[in-house]
Write a protein that binds this ligand. Structure first.
Ligand code: 4AD
Ligand code: MG
Length: 463
């Protein structure tokens, strides 16, 4: 019976007993004295478990010596206190079983100790075996659990909104179309490429850009709901913050206004940060050491302070005072560029900042019009280093005002959305948190492509 490396490392009382660990070889060192040191990892913990293998083992020459990075092994032996630096225990192997060998050690794509993140993206099937991506995988899991935990505790229901939809929630025209194709008999154009002009069984359908509109229907029945799932944007952008497929967390609350929304965003972010700091201590220490040496203090600082808030109008005034340092012009009415957002969060506040009440012209039709007639009850949460991590709003709950912000065609298509304003409409609000941007913020990683298992960007959808 074998134990995860995490539980072996956590139980000093196992010293003196026989244990079995199974995993993949991270490194091997052979001493002249006929002893090999194997470090194996199994995903359960950042640290690899060291085992000491003597040449007295019957398969030492035939199987242990030829082992190379990436081989899968089971090691059994007595757990002893370790003299080695950076490790508390090690296995004195009495048996090493090779479960899966590496046929050509020279060709093993991640055999070298360090690779660039760009290179590792081309090896997405093997990169979870590296230190960094093991840690990312664990933190991603803990952050997701923390999100479900907070919502559950506050009485929210998780609603699974559709992936295939006819509506473009954000109206930004960044949709992927869904076609029904027969994989075994793909329609080919004369040049051999796949003809994707097929529709969704006679209708137009797309991959969702946001679950929000569908979620609102459940909000106006269940009061507090959220969705957490993949969303898709056909934006042909090559930045470190944009993916064609990303995960979004979207809560929607009834009998609530923009202030309730901002408070929920703050509680959610603080809860996730607290959980990750608490449950991923070793992984976070790695990110602090290797990626961003301020990441932990930055996160602690957030827990200790209330989020700063400012209106869009105030934000523009702040930016205007430093306008000479920006590439893009600053004036009331602009859709802030990334450099502006980052200036506000990084230079001006030094912590996440909630910017509210944006001009209606640059925001989606569903946001509630303020009494001034020119701004809407929108909010973005801007984080240092990343920029916008949350976008949300109070929703327009008055049918006549909503109609005035929809084109006739949209009114027709979203008849059911309008119904929600005809039958028991109430003030409600919600937001979308980009899960990968949150993870980049939590770990200090520069690029959202490196915090999702299989990044989808233009030119990268192969497996
Ligand atoms: O600001 P967005 O577009 O808002 C919405 O979609 C609303 N319907 C959400 C709601 O109110 N329920 O997107 C929300 C967040 C952004 O703040 C950003 O963090 C993330 O989603 N995001 C992306 N993340 C990675 N790659 C992309 N291409 C992203 N586009 C948006
Ligand atoms: Mg936005």
């Amino acid at each position: 019976h074998w134990l995860p490396i995490k539980s072996i490392l956590a139980q000093p009382e196992l010293i003196g007993t026989t244990v079995t660990a199974k995993g993949w070889l991270r490194s091997k060192r052979d001493s002249k004295a006929g002893i090999s040191f194997l470090a194996i990892h199994d995903g359960s913990h950042f640290d690899a478990l060291q085992s000491v293998v003597a040449n007295t083992l019957t398969n030492y020459d035939t199987e242990v010596l030829p082992l190379s990075t990436g081989c899968a092994v089971a090691v059994t032996g007595e757990l002893v206190a370790s003299q080695g630096k950076g490790q508390t225990v090690e296995i004195q192997a009495s048996q090493v079983e090779v479960i899966g060998g590496v046929d050509d050690p020279e060709a093993y794509p991640i055999a070298k100790k360090r690779h660039s993140f760009e290179y590792l993206r081309t090896q997405a099937h093997l990169r979870p075996r590296t230190n960094t991506f093991g840690a990312i995988t664990r933190i991603r899991h803990v952050a997701a659990q923390a999100i479900h935990e907070l919502f559950s505790r506050e009485g929210f229901y998780w609603v699974n909104t559709p992936i295939i939809t006819a509506s473009d929630c954000e109206g930004a025209g960044e949709l992927f179309r869904v076609s029904h194709l027969d994989w075994n008999n793909l329609p080919r154009k004369p040049d051999g490429s796949v003809d994707q002009s097929q529709d969704f069984f006679g209708d137009e359908a797309f991959l969702t850009v946001s679950g929000q509109l569908a979620l609102e229907s459940h909000c106006l029945a269940m009061s507090k709901v959220y969705s957490f799932g993949p969303t898709f944007r056909a934006e042909n952008s090559h930045t470190s913050r944009h993916l064609a497929e990303f995960w979004m967390v979207e809560p929607e609350i009834a009998f609530a206004d923009l202030n309730d929304n901002a408070e929920l965003a703050e509680r959610l972010l603080k809860h996730v940060i607290a959980r990750v700091l608490d449950r991923c201590e070793v992984d976070m220490a790695f990110f602090e050491q290797r990626i961003d040496d301020t990441v932990i203090s930055r996160l602690r600082n957030i827990l200790d302070n209330a989020f700063e808030r400012m209106t869009y109008t105030e934000a523009i005034a702040i930016l205007e005072r430093s306008k000479e340092q920006f590439e893009f012009p600053v004036r009331w009415g602009i859709d802030m560029a990334s450099e502006h957002e980052r200036y506000l969060a990084e230079k001006h506040v030094g912590r996440p900042v909630v910017v509210t009440d944006y001009p209606s012209d640059i925001k989606a039709f569903y946001m509630r019009l303020n009494d001034d007639g020119k701004t809407v009850a929108a909010m973005d949460v801007l984080a240092p280093g990343v920029g916008e991590i949350i976008g949300g709003s109070q929703r327009e709950d008055r049918l006549d005002v909503l109609d005035s912000r929809m084109e006739p065609q949209l009114r027709e298509d979203l008849w059911w959305y309008r119904d929600l304003r005809r039958y028991g409409s109430v003030p409600h609000a919600g937001f979308g948190l980009g899960f990968e941007r949150l993870l980049a913020y939590l770990t200090g990683m520069d690029n959202v492509r490196d915090v999702i298992p299989f990044p989808r960007t233009p030119g990268h959808a192969d497996f």
